[in-house]
Ligand binder design. Sequence first.
Ligand code: S5P
Length: 263
Amino acid sequence: MQLPTLKIEIEDKNISIPIRQRFQTIIKEKKSNLCLSADLTSLDEIIELSNLIGKNICMLKIHCDILTDFSMDKIQELKDVSRRLNFLLLEDRKFADIGNTVALQYTKGLFQIAEWADLVTVHVLPGEGIVQALEQAAQTINESRGCLLIAQMSSKGALTNNEDYVNGVIKCAEKYSDFVIGFISQSRLTTSDKYLHCTPGVHLTNTGDQLGQQYVTPRQAIDGRGADIVIVGRAILDSINRVKTAEAYQQECYQVYEELHLS
Ligand code: S5P
């Protein structure tokens, strides 16, 4: 007699939760609105660092195209750390091409970004087809996916920082509000708390770098500019003790956020 085949489904408890809801829960549960921008060229080093700092962050942002040791096995390892320590993975790909091309960039090639990145960053410069394409491509993945639209940039002279452009980005977010869960921004763009405003260009001591980056403090980013999530890179990466510095940024960022939103 032939036995029926047993279908074993290994359930990731996070799969079925929409990404927006998951993000908001992580922030509250971990008392962290800190995103570490791990702009390192070694994925091994990022994995090691995320094991140490994962408890302090709500999201880890990487640029997969600067990694010298990328492999799908290693990125799966990073994904496992992110699930265990409960933070989201953001690939800062800054997609900026026509829909058909970005769908391929998102799902194919060496990086297969859609397989592992909870969120990606997207320029709306080519028009809303870019978001439509990514959303469609994400539907082939068995986990909730989303994106952050780049509305304003922190760098000196950014051409994104004009009103018409930003209004176009907000309109696009409203049209694709299931997939667009927030913005990369330098100011509060909407009163709706559906969209998480994520602000890079944050440093407690420096005001900029030699290549046009401009910094504000966590308080200025959250209080002055309406950030929900603060994205911090070199302020942590270049510090003598990355873990202690990440803890300090987590505390400072969440304290200001709580004062404003939760008191
Ligand atoms: O406007 C922006 C948008 C982004 S995503 N300005 C930025 O700096 N970023 C990214 O944030 C940038 O690509 C880098 O990965 C990070 C800032 O790094 P830091 O070392 O200057 O904090």
